[in-house]
Design a protein around this ligand. Structure first.
Ligand code: SAH
Length: 390
């Protein structure tokens, strides 16, 4: 096995079990080591750290698979890991649809696999995992006998690893527009052209958290995508629901999903820039009983964190102004750099500026098929908050 030795001074992160090793933490690298190779990592004093994959082109030069020296990385390793991931999801009750593999949190760094019933969508976001795609596909075929496997590697982060952006079939071609069941509702999912892997599984449990507060309510949902939260609201007895998204194709899907569930008379969707509309309508004194926000990540880099904070404050402030006294704000943030405490602080500032009083109803994270591993900050990325607004 090829070897890498770390410097004497390294961060506590590595000793704490975090699987990332940065370039400036590495002391000695064997000359023969090639990008994507599996490598053994040692502390300065020769103690074993773990086994992982190497890419000198990335800031994170090594990502660890294991700290167990007896575990070999080969086809069987991927079969075993995927079996473990599946056993865990089954135990937690995430069976029909689930995030089967959640990267670092499952010991498979930078690998995402979403299971939509008999169909699987894969993202391999680093060179060292991308190389193992054939083994991963073989493992899925062995465990699940899927009807189809699709690759959604059309993501810019791959370029930091020297990988091309690409998407396509990893199985025999199949019809990539499918229908899934979620919480007793049906949703069209476009595996090939939808956002990310086609459907946001991370909000599944949060969608049910609105069940009581939307009864007989007039509901506004911004950043609706395919209308999942809004269609849940209609299903749970909202009087009317309006969903907004900037993407025409998302709004098309959302309207189709409302029809698919026979809820088209309650839930309707329009193309709009939510920032503009929230600002305009709050000035016009429009009112709703419940406003729901679920914007895309506002930043991936610390350099833009202030802008992200300002963005969250702005939309939440506007949303609160639109809410009738005693109504509810349902608000999400998937920016992993905005930690839960900071998110609450931002909502507090928004309430103060909107001159509204709030009480926390629900504060939770992503569904449990996306496990949170303590001391791997970005495994807990989703904040989902409901507050009563008076
Ligand atoms: N709530 C959805 C996921 C939303 S993803 C669900 O649970 O399925 C974020 C959405 O925000 C995307 O569909 C994107 O098209 C939309 N979006 C991004 N910028 C926007 C803007 N300025 N106004 C309205 N929608 C926007």
């Amino acid at each position: 096995m090829k070897k890498v030795h770390l410097k004497r001074q390294i961060s506590n992160r590595i000793a704490g079990g975090h699987p990332w090793i940065f370039g400036n933490e590495v002391d000695k690298i064997e000359d023969s080591l090639k990008p994507g190779d599996v490598v053994d990592v040692f502390y300065y004093d020769g103690k074993f750290v773990g086994r992982g994959y190497f890419n000198p082109q990335s800031q994170i030069v090594i990502r660890l698979f294991t700290d167990d020296r007896t575990v070999d990385v080969n086809d069987e390793f991927f079969l075993n890991r995927i079996k473990q991931c599946w056993a865990y999801r089954q135990k937690l009750g995430y069976i029909e649809n689930c995030r089967l593999v959640f990267g670092e949190a499952d010991g498979l760094p930078q690998l995402i696999i979403d299971k939509f019933n008999d169909y699987f969508v894969i993202q391999s976001l680093a060179l060292g995992i991308d190389k193992w795609k054939p083994a991963i596909v073989k493992a899925l075929q062995t465990v699940f006998e899927p009807k189809g496997i699709f690759e959604r590697n059309d993501v810019p982060v791959r370029e930091l690893e020297g990988l091309p952006q690409q998407k396509g079939f990893l199985s025999e071609p199949f019809q990539t527009n499918i229908i899934i069941n979620e919480n007793g509702l049906k949703f069209n999912v476009d595996l090939e052209n939808g956002q990310k892997t086609g459907h946001f599984l991370d909000q599944r449990d949060n969608r049910t958290a609105i069940a009581n507060i939307v009864k007989n309510a007039e509901v506004l949902g911004a950043f609706t995508y395919t209308g999942t939260f809004e269609i849940h609201a209609a299903h749970y007895g909202a009087k009317s629901v309006l969903g907004l998204d900037i993407s025409e194709s998302a709004v098309g899907h959302a309207n189709k999903n409302a029809e698919l569930n026979g809820l088209q008379n309650v839930a309707r969707f329009e193309v709009a820039n939510a920032f503009d509309v929230l600002k305009k309508w709050s000035k016009e004194d429009k009112k709703y009983d419940v406003v729901m926000l679920d914007p895309p990540a506002f930043t991936k880099s610390r350099a833009n964190i202030d802008k992200a904070i300002a963005g969250y404050k702005e939309i939440n402030l506007r949303a609160m102004k639109l809410i009738r006294a005693g109504g509810f704000l349902v608000t999400s943030s998937c920016t992993s750099l905005v930690q839960p405490e900071l998110f609450l602080e931002i909502i507090g500032m928004a309430a103060k500026d909107a001159r509204r009083k709030i009480r926390q109803v629900v504060f939770q994270t992503q569904s449990a098929d996306h496990p949170v591993v303590w001391n791997m900050e970005n495994t807990q990325y989703l904040k989902f908050l409901i507050v009563e607004v008076s």
